[in-house]
Design a protein around this ligand. Structure first.
Ligand code: PMP
Length: 374
């Protein structure tokens, strides 16, 4: 099998799976129970939470465990809207967000909030002037992802925060950092709220985190006993293994990035011989995500043809279910280009031999389908 859809999800690392099984078996006591089994679990929960905080350089009261980035995004946007709605009703988002953000915006719009969409330049970077003009006294929140999931475009988060602070120091800044974690260095002190997800960094599915800077008051989405944002029994095996995934993801970032860049370059070089294949990459795209447009062939047809050889690549994003690529349309204003994209996402685990297999089969399938389309 050749797996090249790491931006949709990653396999769980064997050592992480081992920890999951160990914690499930040996720490099954409810961390909230008073007896010794509960205490044992509570201690491990504290240890794992401390590790998460140490890695991310944040405080314990700044972490909210969620089920993943979609829930973190919901809590960030709806939680802020509910807490600060009386102070203002405007929210700014970029045009290169994950679909989950737009779904939440739709809901907020139906509840009276006004969503302003900030422009980006031809390289995909936020248009600073447009952002400045859009920030009004009644803008309560700006949400801009750190790395876009379709084209891998990385935003200058620190500069964006400075602009927001200058225009309206009360405006809260949220960043969906799901595609940035483990790929590029992130600095949570540059934002007020940040979403992340474990299954994008070789951890288990079903857990993520919302970073909430101390002093930012958002309303919870769930209610139960206590004051927690997510009441209920803490999912200890998920939390422990998420902390392990975060630790492993933070190691050797440069070394991993160098290898991924080499693989990205190799694929681009190989595809140069096809004049009709367009590479959707700007100078701000991180090499983990390589988005191309096949132009003459539908993405779906190509993805299924590759799958017959046990090669797995993505369409635009897994969550949009292979619809037109909004990001490619935004950048290149070309419908055909946006309808024929495939997303090849590369990991530090990707082997050069796998790329050779991928490229051999790519040639075979591309030439065959191109002939058919003629
Ligand atoms: N945001 C971004 C940028 C993503 O790439 C994804 C996953 N495709 C999500 C949010 C949703 O993450 P989750 O599956 O953890 O809900």
């Amino acid at each position: 099998m050749v797996y090249l859809d790491y931006s949709a999800t990653t396999p769980v690392l064997p050592e992480i799976l081992d920890s999951y099984i160990k914690v499930t078996n040996e720490y099954f006591g409810n961390p909230n129970s008073l007896h010794s089994l509960g205490t044992k679990s509570q201690e491990l929960l504290k240890e794992a939470t401390k590790q998460i905080c140490d890695i991310l350089n944040i405080k314990e009261n700044e972490t909210i465990i969620t089920s993943g980035a979609t829930e973190s995004n919901n809590l960030a946007l709806i939680g802020t809207a509910m807490a600060y709605g009386e102070k203002g009703s405007r929210i700014i988002v970029s045009k290169l967000e994950h679909d989950s953000i737009y779904g939440i915006c739709k809901y907020l719009e139906s509840n009276g909030f006004i969503i302003d969409y900030v422009n980006n330049d031809k390289e995909g970077v936020i248009d600073f002037e447009d952002l400045k003009n859009l920030i009004k006294p009644e803008t309560i929140l700006v949400s801009i992802n750190a790395v876009n999931s379709e084209l891998g475009i990385r935003q200058p988060i620190k500069t964006i925060k400075q602009i927001i602070n200058k225009e309206n120091s009360k405006t809260i800044f949220h960043s969906d950092m799901t595609q940035a974690m483990g790929k590029v260095p992130v600095n949570l002190s540059d934002v007020d709220l940040a979403s992340m997800s474990s299954h994008k960094i070789y951890g288990p599915k079903g857990i993520g985190l919302l970073y909430k800077k101390e002093g930012i008051n958002i309303k919870p989405l769930f209610y139960g006993s206590g004051e927690d944002f997510r009441p209920g029994t803490p999912p200890l095996p998920l939390i422990v293994t998420f902390s392990k995934a975060l630790r492993l993801a933070s190691l050797d970032l440069n070394k991993k990035a160098d290898k991924i860049k080499k693989i990205n370059d190799k694929i681009c070089e190989h595809l140069k011989k096809y004049p009709n294949i367009l590479i959707n990459q700007t100078k701000y795209s991180i090499p983990n995500i390589l988005n191309i447009s096949l132009m003459d062939i539908k993405s779906e047809t190509f993805i299924h043809a590759l799958e017959k050889y046990e090669i797995f690549v993505g369409s635009n994003t897994a969550c949009s279910g292979g619809k037109i690529s909004a990001a490619v349309l935004n950048l290149y204003q070309d419908k055909k280009r946006a309808l024929t994209t495939i997303r090849i996402s590369i990991s530090y685990l990707t082997k050069y031999e796998e790329i050779n297999v991928f490229l051999d089969n790519f040639d075979l399938i591309y030439n065959r389908l191109k002939e058919l389309s003629n």
